[in-house]
Write a protein that binds this ligand. Structure first.
Ligand code: ADP
Length: 397
């Protein structure tokens, strides 16, 4: 087995499979901690490959590529959840240290497995069923009411892989793929359409020793299936709901033996006697868009915390540094020259924190984000939004 190339001082090498923006944002804290990152990148110009000197190019679906890469690292973690189980299994058999583990990751990779497990644990979920044929969709629609939400169990992101079906006919093109090798091989996930009041996320980190830390519950704002803003903490959150959501996230992390950051996406729903409740939408076992605010808004940001957790170091303090932090995503538009916007954005608002990912501009693609902290939520939100809109070319002043 290739020995990991440790830096002087005995600092370990953390390998990240996938060279996206999450791996890239881990590099700042890794540099500060003296930890070496290595990234298995899709190509030389992947977001993380541009800033991490050790970025071998390889595919996360190719066993040999992942195995060769993993052998040169002390611990392996992930930029996304798309590494196939058979690849993870081979790493596990070789004794490679993976955080999160293969068995935990399954519940972030496969929404059917996630629904089954969370239901077993008694965690509140939307009513759901598995569909292998049209009759299953028909029956579920009659039971919970149309429209129903149809999801591919694996491979979806940013709302790709979710359809709102008004009738069974809307699910037919996907039903045709059930049973074929691929994301729908085991069937489709059907969910009732939840009449939620808003979307929330509970973000926690857990280490192999079992230490855990929770950031405050945030509100996530989605536009056409893509997260565009995060408000930390979620404004006017019922305190009981905040603690129950945090407890649920910590319990999921413990029961599923998650190591690293776990994001639990939630829908807030009206509950009995006017008290709000929640149901879990999905899980991500890695730093998550809902935690980008923490890079500037918390004592310990999610990327540093993920590194501490996967290295089984004591976790950092997750408490906020400010009353409010608003995060706005910068999405690709028609305007390719992002840097030319810096002068205006920085001059207008010296306390806005801009984070860019070094990615090529494509419409709707997440290219960066802006964090603004302060004592007034409406003001912080407006300033973050303005900076992001200006960067993405949606406004010119
Ligand atoms: P992805 O993994 O592609 O991000 P999600 O399962 O998070 O997909 O769904 C994307 C968005 O679709 C959610 O943020 C939410 O707005 C909406 N959605 C998903 N499931 C439901 C549901 N059961 N009821 C209502 N809306 C839903």
């Amino acid at each position: 087995m290739t020995e990991p190339k440790r830096a002087p001082g005995g600092f370990p090498v953390v390998g990240v499979v996938g060279g996206g923006q999450l791996a890239r944002m881990m590099q700042g804290p890794a540099i500060e901690l003296g930890v070496q990152l290595s990234v298995l990148a899709e190509d030389e110009v992947a977001s993380a490959a541009l800033v991490i000197p050790s970025s071998p190019v390889g595919r996360h679906t190719e066993l040999d590529h992942v195995l060769d890469f993993a052998r040169s690292c002390d611990v392996v973690t992930f930029d996304h959840e798309h590494v196939p189980q058979h690849v993870l299994q081979a790493l596990e058999s070789e004794g490679i240290v993976m955080r999160p583990s293969r068995s935990a990751l399954r519940f972030a990779q496969d929404k059917l497995a996630m629904r089954e497990r969370l239901s077993e644990l008694g965690i509140a979920c939307p009513r759901w069923a598995v569909a292998r044929e049209a009759a299953h969709v028909e029956r579920f629609g009659e039971e919970v009411g149309w429209p129903v939400i149809v999801k591919t169990p694996r491979g979806g992101y940013d709302g790709k892989g979710v359809i709102v079906a008004s009738s069974t006919a809307d699910a037919e093109s996907w039903l045709a793929h059930v049973g074929e090798p691929g994301p729908m091989s085991d069937g489709l996930l059907l969910e009732e359409r939840v009449e939620f009041t808003r979307e929330l996320a509970a973000l926690v980190a857990r280490s192999p020793s079992g230490q855990a830390a929770a950031w405050m519950v945030v509100e996530t704002v989605q536009t056409r299936g893509i997260c565009t803003e995060v408000l930390a903490p979620a404004p006017d959150l019922d305190p009981g709901l905040g603690s129950r959501a945090t407890e649920a996230a910590l319990r999921i992390a413990g029961e599923l033996d998650v190591t690293g950051v776990l994001a639990v996406e939630l829908f807030e729903v009206p509950g009995p006697a006017g008290r709000p409740g929640y149901v879990v939408n999905e899980l991500a076992m890695r730093p998550h868009n809902s935690g980008h605010w923490s890079m500037d808004g918390a004592v310990t940001g999610q990327f540093e915390q993920h590194l501490r957790a996967v290295l089984d170091l004591p976790l950092g303090d997750p408490r906020p540094r400010a009353r409010w932090t608003a995060m706005a995503n910068v999405l690709g538009g028609d305007y390719p020259d992002l840097y030319s916007a810096y002068r205006h954005v920085m001059a207008r608002d010296p306390s806005a924190k801009v984070h860019m990912y070094g990615k090529g501009v494509r419409p709707g693609r997440k290219l960066g984000h802006v964090n603004v902290s302060g004592t007034d939520l409406a003001d912080a939100r407006e300033r973050a939004r303005h900076a992001a809109d200006y960067l993405q070319g949606a406004i010119t002043q």
